[in-house]
Design a protein around this ligand. Structure first.
Ligand SMILES: C[S@@+](CC[C@H](N)C(=O)[O-])C[C@H]1O[C@@H](n2cnc3c(N)ncnc32)[C@H](O)[C@@H]1O
Length: 239
């Protein structure tokens, strides 16, 4: 158990160094390497939020704030907080807020221990963040704790396409081309880490079980772009 906690802490520390190093180029590389699809994937998550959504909403691993800003575009009056444990990423988010004349609260904290009181958020979103977290179960239990009964959990995450034709082609791009181009532009190993972290991420069945074990119900997993990314929605039961 202590070894498990140690591994989680180690991953957290490594990721903070990594995201700190790429923070200023993160947005450009995201859009460039995904051919702009990252914007489409976040939009899909935003469209899955109920039209009647009222805050407060927490965007975990908010990074440079792209998902938070996309949510606020649809719900301009929403009370939204963006949480992340890499200050340099949050700094980019704040620059963007000023540029766009939009505001949301940013909090520097770990997803596994947010420090929020129980049952306060109506929805919790996390885009391309869960995979980076040291201990998935611990984080999911924390999300469950801070959500209100009937609160929504929405996760966007990379996955491994299951198609026999598209899968190998994508795998070649993801494992060979992307680390080269991303590494060249960012000067960082982050884009070697990306395919490695997706390879090690739980498959759809295991993920569903982890989310259910944390207490969530009505879990739906939808593949986007042939399963390159999955959108997962779940609810905290009323009782
Ligand atoms: C790939 S970025 C995603 C950023 C943003 N959500 C997006 O859609 O582009 C992952 C973010 O997760 C953050 N992160 C990783 N582990 C974390 C943890 N344990 N607690 C909080 N944030 C974490 C990183 O600092 C980074 O900003």
């Amino acid at each position: 158990m202590s070894e498990f906690i140690h591994l989680g802490q180690e991953k957290r520390h490594q990721n903070q160094i990594l995201f700190n190093a790429i923070a200023r180029r993160y947005d450009f590389l995201n859009h460039f390497l995904s051919l702009g699809l990252d914007l489409h994937w976040r939009r899909k998550l935003v469209q899955s939020l109920p039209a009647t959504l009222q805050g407060p909403v927490l965007d975990v691993a908010t990074g440079t704030g792209d998902l938070a800003l996309a949510i606020l575009k649809r719900f301009p009056e929403l009370k939204l907080t963006g949480l992340d444990n890499t200050p340099a990423m949050l700094e980019q988010a704040r620059h963007k807020m000023i540029k766009r004349g939009v505001e949301f609260v940013t909090v520097t904290a770990d997803a596994e221990q947010t420090g929020f009181e129980a049952k306060i958020f109506t929805a919790l979103t996390i885009a391309f963040g869960l995979r980076n977290i040291g201990n998935y179960s611990e984080a999911l239990q924390e999300f469950f704790r801070i959500l209100q009964p009937n609160g929504r959990l929405l996760i966007l995450e990379f996955n491994r396409p299951e198609s026999r034709v598209f899968g190998p082609l994508y795998s070649f791009y993801f494992h060979r081309i992307l680390p080269l181009v991303g590494g060249f532009i960012s000067g960082s190993k982050a884009y070697h880490y990306l395919p490695e972290s997706v390879d090690n991420f739980p498959d759809r069945i295991t993920l569903r079980k982890l989310i259910a074990d944390a207490g969530f119900s009505n879990i739906k997993i939808t593949d986007l772009t042939y399963g390159v990314v999955t959108l997962i929605t779940a609810e905290k039961p009323i009782i």
